[in-house]
Design a protein around this ligand. Structure first.
Ligand SMILES: Cc1ncc(COP(=O)(O)O)c(C=O)c1O
Length: 340
């Protein structure tokens, strides 16, 4: 039986072209700044995404947390959209590493409520100093929804008026760009720093990028080393990262189409999917008994995830065209086998 794995877009395996590039990569010691392939990836990423510098890191979590360390004083506060990955799913790292507080700002559909944000920016003498405004695009917990560029600009304006830096968790920034029909650099524009994952929809086996201005580079490299991210002949990974950055975005439209087809199919089966919320490669489903539903799917050869009390399906490059109709058939079979 074919197993359809819809748990995450991190599941993609390196393509044959990536494996070849990895095998042939020129390498050196990156802690010495001497890995030519890492250097090439970082230069390419900075140029493509419109920043002065880029840093290649093992994970998005490390990149987000390096950003918090760069921007926040200990005891400082970051304002982030509710449900943001950087506080919800990074093991309490802001408290542990940067010594930072996180204030979640109401953000329906992943879009921060600007009035609530302005209110949160007001500070009394006994409150923590705000050190950073963060956004996430696409917003994972909000269903992979896209934050419109106009909203990003308004948030950046609020930050600028107060002399505050901004950080974008753009783990799936290219998904947002494809949805909006703009270049990836447009989604990253105006942020002080941005994180972009190579290991999600773009298909690399490992790695994320932190985009930043050149005056923050030396400190960011120090923090990366401090967190254990000072890697050596990482060119073998950067080689796949270069292909992910160059070729990966071309595949995302298909991922989005598959998510839409899946959402519409689930909706037709009478399941609670918010079709309006399906903008990129994720489909969230409300079911009464998520655990039972997931087990029933697993028994039928479909893997999905449980996120925040809901069932989550994520489409990605390693799926075959027939996987979506196959998933819908199996969901239908599950529904027919259970009292509803
Ligand atoms: C929005 C978002 N930010 C950050 C991360 C962290 O990335 P990593 O798994 O590479 O640490 C994820 C991972 O799923 C994510 O979805």
């Amino acid at each position: 039986m074919r197993l359809v794995d819809l748990r995450s877009d991190t599941l993609t395996r390196p393509t044959p072209a990536m494996r070849k590039a990895m095998a042939e990569a020129e390498v050196g010691d990156d802690v010495y700044g001497e890995d030519p392939t890492v250097n090439r990836l970082e230069a390419l990423a900075a140029e493509r995404l419109g920043f002065e510098r880029a840093l290649f890191l093992p994970s998005g979590t490390m990149a987000n947390q390096v950003a918090l360390l760069l921007h926040l004083p200990r005891g400082g506060e970051v304002l982030a959209p509710e449900g943001a990955h950087l506080y919800e799913y990074e093991l309490g790292a802001p408290a542990l590493l940067a010594g930072a507080l996180v204030r979640p700002v109401p953000a329906p559909g992943g879009r921060p409520d600007l009035k609530a944000l302005e209110e949160a920016l007001r500070r009394g003498p006994f409150q923590a100093p705000i050190g950073l405004l963060a956004l996430e695009n696409t917003h994972n917990l909000a269903g992979g929804r896209v934050v419109p560029l106009e909203v990003q600009r308004r948030v950046q304006d609020l930050a600028r008026a107060r002399g505050l830096p901004t950080h974008l968790d753009g783990a799936r920034l290219h998904n947002a760009a494809v949805f909006l029909g703009v270049e990836a650099r447009e989604v990253a524009r105006g942020f002080t720093t941005a994180m972009v994952s190579l290991s999600k929809g773009l298909g690399a086996p490992v790695g994320s990028l932190l985009l930043l201005p050149k005056e923050l580079e030396a400190e960011a490299r120090r923090y990366r080393k401090l967190l254990g991210g000072g890697w050596r002949q990482a060119g073998v990974l950067a080689a796949a990262g270069i292909l992910a950055l160059e070729e990966g975005p071309k595949h995302l439209r298909r991922d989005h189409e598959m998510a839409r087809a899946l959402a519409e199919g689930l909706f037709r089966l009478g399941l609670a999917v918010d079709l309006g919320a399906v903008e990129t490669n994720m489909v969230y489903l409300e079911v009464e008994d998520p655990e039972g539903f997931l087990q029933g799917l697993r028994a039928r050869g479909v893997l999905a995830g449980r996120v925040g009390g809901r069932v989550r399906f994520v489409t990605h490059r390693d799926l075959m065209d027939e996987d979506i109709p196959l998933t819908l058939e199996r969901v239908q079979d599950l529904l027919h086998s259970r009292p509803r």
